[in-house]
Design a binder for this molecule. Sequence first.
Ligand code: ZN
Length: 668
Amino acid sequence: MAGRINADDVTTVKERSSIEDVVRQHVTLRPAGIGTLKGLCPFHDEKTPSFTVRPALGTYHCFGCGEGGDVISFVMKVEHLTFTETIEALAGKVGVELRYEDGGRRDELGAGRRQRLLEAHRVAEEFYSEQLVDMGRLDARVGRDFLRARGFDGAAASRFGVGFAPRGGDDLTRQLRARGFTEEEITLGGLSARGSRGLYDKFRGRLMWPIRDITGATVGFGARRLFDDDRMPAKYLNTAETPLYKKSHVLYGLDLAKKAIATEREAVVVEGYTDVMAAHLSGVRGAVATCGTAFGVEHIKVLRRILRDEVDQAPARVVFTFDGDAAGQAAAMKAFGEDQRWASQSFVAVAPEGMDPCELRMSKGPEAVQALVADAVPMFEFAVRTTVGRFDLDTAEGRVQAMRAAAPIIAAIRDSALRPEYIRTVAGWLGVEIEQLRAEVSRAGRRPSRSPSGPPTGPGTPGGPPAGPGTPSGPSGWSLPVREEGDQPWDEGEGPLEATLPPPDLRDPIVRVERQLLQALIQCRGQFSLATIDALPVEAFTAPAHAAVFDAIRTAAPRSGGLSSVAWLTAITETAALPVRALVQQLSVADLPTRLDTETGRPPQRYLDALVLGVHDAHLSRQIADATAQVRRLQFAPDPDPERLRVLTTELHLLEVTRARLREDLIP
Ligand code: ZN
C-alpha cells in the first residue's frame, strides 16, 4: 500500500512545476496583459478565451465556468488523476524523489526507479514499432498482414503504437542494455527474463500493443501470437504483474478514451486490443478493454472516477459489448452484481451473429459499430431476456416457468419505486398478467433463503461489499440475486457459488431419501408426472446441493416430453448450477437401492411414490411443527393478537389438509 506523500515533498513538487508549461500541454496560451496568459478553457466549450493563467502566482482561473486552482488541481482535473497520482506524475517530470509516510513507498518503488522502468518501456515500445514498419524484416510482415486483415493500416498501427517483437531471442534485451539499462531494471519490468544463458526477450515473434496507464505512460504490453511454432501456446500474452503493471486496474485504451468518457459520460468496455482500435477508429471514442483478466471491481473504480457523477450532468452509461462468449458475459455480470449503483448505469450490446466490434467494422463499416453501442439495452433487460429466453413462451407452462425464473431478478431491484415499472415491462415481454407477475415477484422477495437449516448461498461475494438483510443499501439501483442457482446465465464460470454448497450429509436419513428421489427423477423420468414434480417445492430438499439439483430438474421438466434418457440428462446438466453438475452426473449413474422389475428393468412405482411422499411429507411436517409452535407461543402470549392467531391457525389447517391429501394420494 502506498503511504501518504510527505507534505514537504508535495510543496517542492508544486514549486518546481511550472503551471505555464503544464497548461500549455493542453491549451494554446497567448499573452493578455502583464503577467497573464489566456486560452480556450479545457473544462467547458467556448469560442472566446476566458481561461486565464498567472504563472507568477502559479494559478489559473476560467471566467466562463469558474474552474480555477493551482498546478495540482489542474492536472487532477484535466488528466482525471487522484491527488497521489498527480504528485507522482509531476514529481517524475521535475525530478523529485518522493518520501512516503506510514512507512510506505508506492509499490516499494522509488520515484527514481519508477521513472527508469517507465523509460525502459518507452524505449521498448519505440523499438517494437520500428520493427513492425521495417520492410527489411520478413518476420514482421506476418504482423503487418495480421493488422491489414483486420482493417488496420499503418496510420492506425502508429496511432495505437502497435509494434512487433522480433523472433531472434534477445533483440530487445540488447537494445535496452545498449541504452544503459541494468539487468535488474530490464527484468523487473517484465521486458526480459533470466535464463540459463543469460537474459532473453520476454516477447518473441508477436504483435505488440503498448498498454498505457491513465497518464499515457506505457506500463506493459499485450502480445498476440503470430507463428505456428511459437512455443507459448496462448493466443495473447500480457506483461505479468510488475511494480508498474497491475492487471486488475489497467484498462487498455484508457489514456485515449478518458477525455471522451468524461465529456460524453459514456464508457464502452470491449473485449480485446483490436476491438478497442476498431471502436476508436469507428468514432466510439470511449472504448477500453481489460488486459488478460475479467472486468472487476477495481476497473469499476477507475471508470467511476472519470465518469464522476455530478448533479447537473446526464447519468453516466457504461456499455459492455459481448460477442456471445458466455465467459465474458459472466464476468461482466459478476462485476455488476457486486455494485448496486453500477448496475443501473450498465448497458449491454450484443452484435448480430456474435461479431465483435473489430469484425463488425470490417464487414459492415464504422456506422455499425456506433449503432451497436447506441442500441445497447439496460443490463437489467439483458439479464431478464437472457433468463426467459430459455423457455418456450408459446406454452402456458413455459410462461409460468419463465415468470418464476425472472421474478427473483425483479425482486432484487432495491428501489421499490422502480419495481412496478419493471413488472409492467416484463409482464409485457412474457405475455402474462401484471398481477400474476407481481405475485410471483413478491413471493420471490419473501424467499431470501431456500433452506432454513442450510448455510446461506447468497451474495456474500468474497472481496465484494457485504450484501444481505440489514446491510444498508443505496437508495437506487439493484443487485442480482446470486441465490437462484440454475436460473441465471451468470452462474457460468467462476462464481461465488462454488465454495458455498456443502456436500449433503448422508448420515441424515431424510437426506438419503432426497438423494434416492433425485436419482429416480434423473434415471426414470417417465415414471413421474409433471404434476408430481411441480407440486414438490424446492425447499422440500434440506441439503442445499439437493435443492439445487431438484431446481434444475423442475426447470427442465416441462420441456422433457419425448426426450431420450440421454437428452433428459443433458437438459438437467445444462440447467443445473455449475457447482452441482458433477453431482447430477453422479446421481445419474448411482444404483437405486431397490429391486428392479425383471421384465421392464424399472424400479417399482410404489417405491418411487414412497420417495416422493418421504421428501414432501417430511417438508410439510417440518412446516406444521413450526406453525404449531408459533400458534402455541401466540396462545400463551400475555397479549395475543387474535387476527394473527386466526391467520396462523388457517395456515396450519391448510398444511395439515395438504399433508393428508398427499398421504392419501401416494399411499394405496
Ligand atoms: Zn471554463
